[in-house]
Design a protein around this ligand. Structure first.
Ligand code: ZN
Length: 538
């Protein structure tokens, strides 16, 4: 069955909105207008719609969980179904992308097809994501509009979360309680300490922390996720009562999880997340997370050269996640797709993204935080962000097809060369299977994917890529941005003659300036500093 939107620039349909669908209706109206060059009215009552117009409807239903949606052409028109205003928005963006052909490359670059005779013909479609919460920590995803186009949470603000992590300090601030009640805080080496974690076995402490949590929830009732988790230290209580619980569970996670379960039972309509981190890293022997408790674990030690499941060196990260999945229905995961100390250096982990995401989904990861680059830019930030969002939504999507589609649309005529570069880089990584470390850099890859010979080959590919898009300033800048990592690595590895190195540094500085790149190492090294140091080393 097909649905006709417009004919020769005249509208053939109208949008019937509801209160919860208003935002989605307006997004659809905006995109359809830009595609067809005509205007589509939004109505709130069916009776007022002219009879010659077909109707686009929004149907509220829980049939697709609180995260999924459906759309279909029925006898009543084009129908979008979902549980909330959020899922309606996701459904509309998804429809515009999958069925109509729009593409959301970056927060500032998208493709909108042009068609005055727009119609759609497709099979009914529905989807419920395996991972409920998806956050991709790249700059672009801090833009809420862009994030929603990819059905991801707005990054950095952790949309939907009341507390993100380390929240004991907010639930029991020592400045408010320690003076009068030192016994509320951890006993460390025989003394109660204001900088200690709460004494979680103390019933009074439990009551106060719950009461305080309820106040926070009242302030942000819309937040579904609340992290009830240890502070960022190792000062857990060693009093007799806490120690007894920890001894029984053979881990300080025992007293934390007991407390978290107590809180979770008291606020059953919220998802309670807690960290398995530092002193709580070792899982408890007996205590099990209650049904609305999500354990947030992280895989910071995992290498990125091979999929986590397939890499014998990632055994611990793998088993940790598998263990939590074996005793819980929900796991939260803090994952890493970043090279912290060399943000702009080549990091061939793209082939691991899909198998890793599938491994996470298989092991009940329901909340995913993918830590990428907090700074502007970074190696393939546009492409990697795009692919991560696609995979977080559907770990079994055809990631190769998405990568090609992205490159063709975003780099246009430069795409064959860039795809070839990506292939060479990853083939070289795969050939040696050397650990790809999130704290690594070009020096580690000097004998694998960043040999002088390969860098010369990459130079050639990018020379052709740039030539192919030299007619367009914007496409040229996108291509040069993709080339920055090669320049960066070659500068660090001091490849080539003095003149060649100088030329590379100047090129790097020029492109970095044009793209707004500020940092080459997280928190520490600015582009200016990097360039100054590189010139000094000539
Ligand atoms: Zn205690």
């Amino acid at each position: 069955m097909s649905f006709h939107f417009s004919s020769e620039g005249r509208p053939l349909c109208a949008i019937l909105s509801t209160t919860s669908a208003q935002e989605a209706a307006e997004i659809l109206q905006d995109y359809l207008s830009r595609i067809t060059g005509t205007f589509f009215d939004i109505y709130t009552g069916e009776g007022r719609i002219p009879s010659h117009l077909s109707i686009i409807r929004f149907i509220q239903t829980d049939a697709y969980s609180h995260t999924g949606f459906a759309y279909a052409i029925t006898e009543d028109g084009l129908c979008f179904s979902g549980a909330s205003s959020e899922t309606f928005v996701y459904a509309v963006y998804d429809f515009l992308e999958r069925i109509i052909g729009c593409r959301y490359y970056t927060s500032t670059a998208e493709y909108i097809p042009q068609n005055t005779n727009l119609s759609a013909d497709f099979e009914p479609y529905s989807f419920i994501p395996l991972i409920d919460y998806r956050e991709i920590y790249y700059k672009d995803f801090e833009d809420r509009v862009f994030a929603r186009k990819h059905k991801a949470a707005q990054s950095k603000v952790h949309e939907g979360w009341g507390f993100w992590c380390h929240s004991f300090q907010f639930l029991l601030p020592s400045k408010d309680y320690f003076e009068e009640h030192p016994e509320y805080f951890a006993l460390l080496n025989g003394k109660r300490h204001p900088a200690g974690e709460p004494c979680l076995s103390n019933p009074e402490v439990r009551r106060i922390m719950l009461e305080n949590l309820r106040k926070f929830i009242d302030e942000k009732p819309e937040c579904r996720y609340w992290s009830i988790s240890q502070n960022d230290d190792n000062n857990y209580c060693q009093c007799e009562a806490c120690k007894a619980i920890d001894d029984y569970d053979e881990s300080p996670m025992g007293s934390v999880l007991n407390f978290v379960n107590y809180i979770a039972d008291e606020v059953p309509d919220k998802v309670i997340s807690t960290l398995s981190y530092w002193y709580t890293r070792k899982p408890p022997k007996h205590t099990r997370p209650h049904s609305n408790v999500h354990i947030m674990t992280c895989n910071i030690e995992a290498g990125r050269g091979l999929p986590i499941e397939a890499d014998p060196a990632c055994k611990e990260s793998k088993e940790e996640l598998e263990f939590w999945a074996s005793i819980s229905d929900h796991v939260s995961l803090w994952d890493y797709n970043i090279q912290f100390r060399n943000l702009v250096s080549p990091f061939p982990n793209l082939r691991t993204l899909a198998p890793n995401m599938q491994f996470f989904a298989k092991n009940k990861v329901k909340l995913l935080f993918s830590q990428c680059n907090r700074e502007i830019g970074g190696e393939f930030s546009e492409l990697r962000g795009y692919l991560l969002a696609k995979l977080a939504w559907d770990p079994y999507c055809n990631v190769e097809a998405h990568m090609e589609d992205f490159c063709k649309g975003y780099y246009k005529e430069a795409s064959p060369y860039i795809l070839e570069y990506i292939k060479c880089l990853h083939d070289a990584q795969d050939k040696f299977s050397k650990r790809l470390d999130i704290f690594g850099g070009p020096q580690d890859a000097k004998k694998t994917f960043l040999t002088q010979k390969l860098v010369q080959h990459y130079d050639k590919l990018f020379a052709m890529a740039k030539e192919a898009v030299s007619y367009d300033k914007e496409l040229l800048l996108r291509t040069e941005t993709a080339y920055l990592p090669v320049l960066y690595a070659a500068i660090v590895l001091q490849y080539g003659s003095r003149n060649k190195r100088l030329e590379r540094i100047n090129q790097f500085a020029r492109i970095a300036r044009a793209t707004g790149l500020k940092m080459v190492e997280e928190w520490k090294i600015t582009v200016d500093q990097f360039v100054t140091d590189a010139l000094a080393e000539l």
